[in-house]
Design a protein around this ligand. Structure first.
Ligand code: CA
Length: 225
């Protein structure tokens, strides 16, 4: 079945050009020319991937992404004319899977799309990680403690997933940064501590467990109590 791609881009000519190229590659394509329509369509759950421009009328791309991530983990590739590190960092932090700067070669976009879709295919496989009574369903992007669902942001989910994939092994802050954030935060490893705190408050403090342990001077480990 052809993957379905939503293109949210207000420059209609450009959107049509992308649509033509993607259709030629065998994808099914739908377009939205403003942020609100884009968000509505993206939330419908009928797309496998969203190409999202940042500069949009109505809601801008960052806001669309922020709202979309409350209910959906559909892969999103941000499109932007600006090539600033700040955009990249905030885009990835608000849950974008990738980022491409205009103007780009269509081959580059196609390669990014293939990569993002491949990742979902891997996520789509049944993969359940557990520790104690905590259960992470990687395919469905759901986290449960016994019968209680726990809401996690994309970053929290990824961090928890990485800890669980290495259950019982102490992970250094640097390793977690690299694996979960995927790029160098220039020594700002305390972002890891901040997210560990988020996870603890949502899991250990809430359910009275001690699953996430600090290993002083080294890093963190998740293990059965
Ligand atoms: Ca635009």
């Amino acid at each position: 079945m052809a993957a379905r791609i939503l293109v949210v881009e207000d420059e209609e000519k450009f959107a049509r050009f992308i649509e033509m190229e993607l259709t030629h590659e065998g994808y099914e394509v739908a377009k939205a020319f403003d942020g609100r329509t884009g968000l509505e369509l993206a939330e419908s759950g009928q797309f496998d991937l969203v190409l999202l421009d940042i500069m949009l009328p109505g809601l801008n791309g960052m806001e669309v992404l922020r709202r979309l991530r409350r209910s959906s983990s559909v892969p999103v590739i941000m499109l932007t004319a600006r090539d600033s590190v700040i955009d990249k960092v905030s885009g990835l932090d608000s849950g974008a899977d990738d980022y491409i700067t205009k103007p780009f070669a269509i081959e580059e976009l196609l390669a990014r799309i293939r990569t993002a879709l491949r990742k979902t295919a891997v996520f789509g496989e049944a993969k359940i990680l557990t520790v104690g009574d905590l259960r992470l369903d990687v395919g469905r992007r759901q986290c449960m403690y016994r019968e209680t669902p726990i809401e996690l942001t994309k970053r929290e989910f990824d961090l928890l997933q990485h800890l669980l994939e290495n259950k019982g092994l102490v992970m250094s802050r640097e390793t977690l940064l690299e694996k979960v954030w995927g790029y160098d935060y220039a020594g700002e490893t305390n972002v890891v501590d901040v997210y560990i705190r988020f996870l603890r408050s949502k899991i250990d403090e809430r359910f009275g467990t001690k699953l996430i342990a600090t290993v002083r001077g080294v890093g963190y480990v998740i293990r059965d109590e």
